[in-house]
Design a binder for this molecule. Sequence first.
Ligand SMILES: Nc1nc2c(ncn2[C@@H]2O[C@H](COP(=O)(O)OP(=O)(O)O)[C@@H](O)[C@H]2O)c(=O)[nH]1
Ligand SMILES: [Mg+2]
Length: 227
Amino acid sequence: MLLNNNFSGPSPGRKGSSTERCVPKEILFKFLVIGDYGVGKTAVVRRYTDGRFSSNYKITIGADFSMRTLQWDDCTKINLQLWDIAGHERFGCMTRVYYKYAVGAAIVFDLSRTATFQSVRKWLKDLREKLTLADGEPVPVVLLANKCDIPGYSVQTEAVNRFCKEQGIQGWFLTSAKNNVNIDKAVQFLVERAMECRHREIRRESDAILLNAEGCEDNAEKVDICC
Ligand SMILES: Nc1nc2c(ncn2[C@@H]2O[C@H](COP(=O)(O)OP(=O)(O)O)[C@@H](O)[C@H]2O)c(=O)[nH]1
Ligand SMILES: [Mg+2]
């Protein structure tokens, strides 16, 4: 298992005021990086976590994960785990194990190979069948149209737009792991969506606690009256 733990300094995320006092928090986000073989999943992950590109990656067996730490705001650090799932594992029973506890996914395709774009639909279906957030909502997804450095690519951007709208994919980016185009932006987008889901979950939990507490007060009053 590959572990690159880079610390990246002040976040592009939401800023907290330095005068505000807060309890320091560390969050772990597990993100999946999925898509057909050869689309550049390993290259994307290495670019994001190492800042490097190689034209010759060893084939990924099963799954690797790499880490990068983000300072989200003055109080919050996010430890981001990027799980690079081998393309040939697709729809096998192992993906279910790798998907577990993930809170976001980047689906990658190769702009110069139309078939890899057509596969995105299957990857998305597989993901949504096997994984939901704790509240039952689908995990946020970002689509990476990779290898945009290759001139004259065959997949049309209007087709990607249409597909994302139709499938409820929140965002997509033209990326190049080779030339470092939009990789940080795409991951940042996913982190923001995952943070929104996390806040929704926290709100839901505190509402439930509040409701329970109100229920207790009601019961307490009833007890008072009857005794
Ligand atoms: N031109 C170009 N080649 C890329 C890019 N990303 C990956 N590659 C190449 O595509 C091939 C497959 O990449 P890899 O990351 O191993 O794909 P994976 O099987 O999805 O993990 C390798 O030769 C990479 O160097 C990119 O953005 N542009
Ligand atoms: Mg790989």
